[in-house]
Design a protein around this ligand. Structure first.
Ligand SMILES: [Zn+2]
Length: 139
């Protein structure tokens, strides 16, 4: 259970995907709340529910809302369950970061768990520093 989200319900990924594919609008009433059904993340997870780095697979969707979020609607987050029983949030990752001109299109998005996504961010930070150094050399 994430500390940052208010959670109202859980459904398996296959059940979510059939609901999502049959949706008639942007929102659905589920678990007594308004659930957002239109999100590019769902397209990414429908294509591949496994982390491209470590391979863990998201198995269920939790209908959640960030604490302090102004909107009254909830959205689904994909989670994998680790052998320890701990949950890990899955995210959509930009293959080419937005800061490097990468698009928000589905072709530039992939599924990554929060742990691997965190590591990737660190690496990009290192690369960024290297790039700045070499740019200085060129100038
Ligand atoms: Zn991972």
């Amino acid at each position: 259970m994430s500390r940052h989200y208010k959670r109202v319900g859980l459904i398996s990924l296959p059940t979510f995907l059939s609901l999502w594919r049959e949706r008639t609008g942007r929102y659905m009433d589920l678990f007594g709340v308004r659930a957002k059904m239109g999100s590019l993340r769902y397209d990414v997870f429908a294509n591949n529910a496994s982390c491209v780095k470590c391979g863990i697979t998201g198995t269920f969707m939790a209908l959640e809302k960030s604490y302090g979020q102004k909107t009254d609607s909830f959205h689904f987050n994909l989670y994998a369950v680790l052998p320890s029983g701990q949950e890990r949030l899955m995210t959509k990752d930009h293959i080419i970061p937005r800061s490097k001109g990468g698009s928000d299109g589905i072709e530039n998005l992939q599924t990554m768990c929060t742990k691997c996504n965190g590591k990737k961010a660190d690496k990009l930070e290192e690369k960024h520093v290297t790039a700045q150094t070499s740019n200085t050399g060129v100038l």
